[in-house]
Ligand binder design. Sequence first.
Ligand code: MN
Length: 245
Amino acid sequence: MANILQNRRQFLTKSGKAGIALATMPLFSKIAPSNLFVISDFQQQPLPYAYNALEPFIDALTMEIHYTKHAAGYTKNLADACIAEKVNTTATNLSTLLNTISNYSVKMRNNAGGHYNHELFWQLMKPAPTNNPTGPLAAAIEKAFGSFTNFKAAFSDSAKTRFGSGWAWLIIKNDGELAICSTPNQDNPLMDIAETKGFPLIGLDVWEHAYYLKYQNKRPDYINNWWNLVNWDFVQNRYALAIQK
Ligand code: MN
């Protein structure tokens, strides 16, 4: 938490001008990923655990290929697209880019989404988490879905039924309520082209590259096991930062 707040201060210090523009944007656009991911919007951050740390639920080889090949590729291609399309990555935050993604190429859309989605995905997992959500997040989940059990069932269903490659999401909509949705490919709910828009609290990668080596065609087994890895402390901090006015 100290790191998150420290980076938030650093972000605010170096983004005075951007802050004026951000003040006119929708509520959750004001939150830069740097507040929540620690450090930079446009660079791949170190994996917060070893490749084998999420076993037996996600195997080491899948993690290594996923992080060093797939996710690193999105980050590299995002950098290339930013150069080609004249996006100044030191003056722009990634959320703002995603909020206006319809102004850019398909390459930018796929790779800005791919980079953001994976940076979030690594952070929201950890080995052997010990708690379910508590406090304001737990209350918001109960309010929106009736119970934590109902929420897990509805989210899992969204992930299992996403046709082809994509992501399932728990989001805060602009009215402040929680919702579940899914997106195709590397789209995400921050994008102006998204069918359901909001601020992503949790994203679950259901591309085959996330599970195929261990689970082959059995996506539901991967999803059911993935709940054993959710870092609810991280998600709760993200929720607390997102709802502060
Ligand atoms: Mn992936």
